[in-house]
Write a protein that binds this ligand. Structure first.
Ligand code: OAD
Length: 253
């Protein structure tokens, strides 16, 4: 395909997805690290991905935390400081605007960075937790902790036990109520977006197949091909910060 053909194909994709969005009564979205890439937060996989430099088994599993909780906390503390410096990008902002425009909207995110909240999204289901929440390892009490750096690591709960980051690690279940709501929203959606995720981590990635099986039109927005690219109705090879704002352009549809 030459450049002109590619531009034409992109324009057709944009118009088709914009039409579907305009007609949709219920939209569900699954986002992953790719939507925050243009805010300067590294993704997990692919070139420059976090799991290329760091070992997930050491830093993102209950076993890793049991082995060296200080190391795990230092890593999360570093990530908090990176995220604190970042700003929501045009992709996050466009999703918040889409939420204001469509009757039913649910944003299911695997991201723990809080950028969707800061962009103004409201109905957010954080299936992998939230880096700005800490939870007691014994009494389960949760609290918000917005400090970009926690001075004394690891932090402790008022009950005296050690706290942990309020995120979901490999080998752990997702928060049940949150997951159930994600499933309900996916089944109800007539349009489903899967954005900036490698779609290899389950059960989150399974929502794409559930959406398709439930009759939704499914649109992927990703700079690369993924395992779900062949399943979706449209696999739009574009960056989230470029594609999502393009859907808000008034085409007189
Ligand atoms: P990954 O790092 O696995 O995938 C990021 C995806 O975003 C890739 O498919 C990229 O091609 C795509 N991408 C990169 N930049 C993009 C951009 N500007 N616009 C659109 N797409 C872009 O991240 P996730 O799929 O979110 O879990 O990873 C899923 C889970 O694995 C995470 O929640 C985390 C991780 O380990 C836990 O820590 C439990």
């Amino acid at each position: 395909m030459d450049l002109l053909q590619a531009n034409r194909a992109n324009a057709v994709t944009e118009t088709t997805v914009a039409k579907w969005l305009k007609a949709a009564k219920s939209v569900a979205v699954l986002t992953g690290a790719g939507i925050s890439a243009e805010s300067g937060i590294p993704t997990f996989r692919g070139p420059g991905g976090v799991w290329k430099t760091y070992r997930a088994e050491e830093l993102a599993t209950p076993q890793g935390f049991a082995r060296d909780s200080k190391l795990v906390w230092e890593w999360y503390d570093w990530r908090r400081s990176v995220i604190a410096e970042a700003q929501p990008n045009a992709g996050h902002l466009a999703l918040a605007e889409i939420e204001r425009r469509v009757p039913g909207f649910t944003l299911v995110t695997q991201n723990v960075d809080g950028l969707h909240d800061r962009a103004g999204s409201r109905n957010i289901l954080r299936v992998h937790g939230d880096i700005w929440t800490v939870r007691c390892t014994v009494c389960d009490r949760e609290r918000r902790d917005l400090r970009p750096r926690i001075e004394s690591l690891p932090p402790f709960c008022s009950c005296g036990a050690m706290e942990r980051p309020g995120v979901v690690w490999f080998g752990e279940g997702l928060p049940e109520d949150v997951w159930e709501r994600a499933v309900v929203a996916t089944k109800a959606a007539d349009l489903f977006f899967v954005i900036g995720t490698s779609a290899v981590v389950h059960p989150a990635a399974g929502l794409v197949h559930l959406a398709k099986a439930s009759g939704a039109k499914v649109v992927e927005i990703n700079v690369d091909k993924t395992p779900v690219s062949a399943t979706v109705d449209i696999s739009w090879r574009a960056s989230a910060a470029e594609a999502l704002p393009a859907l808000l352009v008034d085409r007189g549809l």
